[in-house]
Design a protein around this ligand. Structure first.
Ligand SMILES: Nc1ncnc2c1ncn2[C@@H]1O[C@H](COP(=O)(O)OP(=O)(O)OP(=O)(O)O)[C@@H](O)[C@H]1O
Length: 272
C-alpha cells in the first residue's frame, strides 16, 4: 500500500515547432512557429490534472502529443513503460485503441450509428476477444451508467448536446482505458448540461481509477482536478500543492510574484 505510485505519463523536454506556409518574402525566422518549449511533466497513475492556458497557448497540441496522436519535434514522451515518441503511427494507434479514451468538445460521434453502436465501436475494434464478444452488453451497461438506457437506438442528431457528450463518455470508458484525455469536454454545452457532464466525468473517473488529463479554459472545472498546470508562451507552470502546514501559500515557482490562479485568469482573459 505504501508503494509510490507509478508514472502514467512522463514528458521530458518536449518541444513542438511547426512550419508555416511559405511566403517568399518571409525571413527564415518567420517560417517556423514554436508552440511548445521544453515541457517537463510527470503525471502519476490515477491522478487528475488540468492543463489550462489562453486560447492558442498550445493546450491541444500538448494533449495530442501526450496522447500519442502527434509527435514532439524534440523530447520524449513515456506512456507507462512505452517510449511513445519512438513508436510508429500504427503502434501508437494500437495504444490509443486499447489504453486511451478521448472526449472532445465536439463529441465526435459517428452520425450514422446509434448511441449503442457508437459506444460498442471501440470494443468491437479491440484486440481483446473477450471485450469484442461482450461489446453490446458492455455498451448497454455504460449507457445505463450515463443515464441513457432509454436512448440506445437513437442517432446522434436525435440527441441533445449533453446527451451526445454522455454517449461519448460511455464510449471513452468502454475499453477501461488507463488514461482518459478530455479536451474542453463541456465547452459546447449550456451551464446546466455542462455541469452534469463534468460531474459524470469525475464520478466515473474516480470509480474507474482512470488517470484524467483535462484541457480547459474553465478555471472552475480545472479546480476540480487534483493538479493544475498553466501553459504560457510555450512553457508549463505548475501550481504547487498547498500543504496543510502553509495553506496561504498559493504562489507558483515561476519567476513572477503573482499567484498562479491570477496568472491563469490573466492569460485566459488576455486572449480575448
Ligand atoms: N499544424 C499547425 N500549423 C500551424 N500552426 C499551428 C499548427 N498547429 C497548431 N498551430 C498553432 O499553434 C498554436 C497553439 O494551438 P493549439 O490548438 O494547441 O492551442 P490551444 O491552446 O489548444 O487553443 P484553443 O484554446 O483556442 O483551442 C495556435 O496559434 C495554432 O494556430
Amino acid at each position: 500500500m505504501n508503494e509510490s505510485r507509478k508514472s502514467a505519463l512522463v514528458a521530458t523536454k518536449v518541444s513542438k515547432q511547426v512550419t508555416l506556409p511559405s511566403a517568399s518574402s518571409a525571413s527564415s525566422d518567420e517560417k517556423y512557429l514554436r508552440i511548445l518549449n521544453d515541457i517537463e511533466l510527470t503525471i502519476q497513475d490515477g491522478e487528475s490534472i488540468a492543463i489550462v492556458g489562453a486560447s492558442g497557448s498550445g493546450k491541444s497540441t500538448l494533449l495530442g502529443i501526450l496522447a500519442g496522436l502527434d509527435l514532439p519535434s524534440t523530447g520524449e514522451v513515456h506512456f507507462y513503460d512505452k517510449a511513445i515518441h519512438t513508436l510508429s503511427e500504427e503502434q501508437r494507434a494500437q495504444i490509443r485503441r486499447t489504453e486511451v479514451g478521448f472526449i472532445f468538445q465536439q463529441f465526435l460521434l459517428v452520425p450514422s450509428l446509434t448511441a449503442l453502436e457508437n459506444v460498442m465501436l471501440p470494443a468491437e475494434l479491440s484486440d481483446d476477444p473477450e471485450l469484442r464478444n461482450s461489446a453490446k452488453q458492455k455498451a448497454q451497461q455504460w449507457l445505463d451508467k450515463v443515464g441513457l438506457s432509454h436512448r440506445l437506438e437513437h442517432f446522434p442528431n436525435q440527441l441533445s448536446g449533453g446527451e451526445q457528450q454522455r454517449v461519448a463518455i460511455a464510449r471513452a470508458f468502454i475499453t477501461s482505458p488507463k488514461l482518459l484525455f478530455a479536451d474542453e469536454p463541456s465547452a459546447n454545452l449550456d451551464t446546466e448540461n455542462g455541469k452534469l457532464v463534468e460531474d459524470l466525468l469525475f464520478e466515473l473517473n474516480q470509480k474507474a481509477n482512470t488517470t484524467l488529463v483535462l484541457v480547459t479554459h474553465d478555471l472552475e472545472l480545472a479546480e476540480r482536478c487534483q493538479r493544475k498546470v498553466l501553459l504560457t508562451n510555450g512553457h508549463l507552470v505548475e501550481k504547487p500543492v498547498v500543504t496543510n502546514d502553509d495553506p496561504t501559500d498559493q504562489r507558483s515557482e515561476s519567476n513572477t510574484d503573482k499567484p498562479l490562479d491570477i496568472q491563469v485568469a490573466e492569460a485566459i482573459t488576455n486572449a480575448f
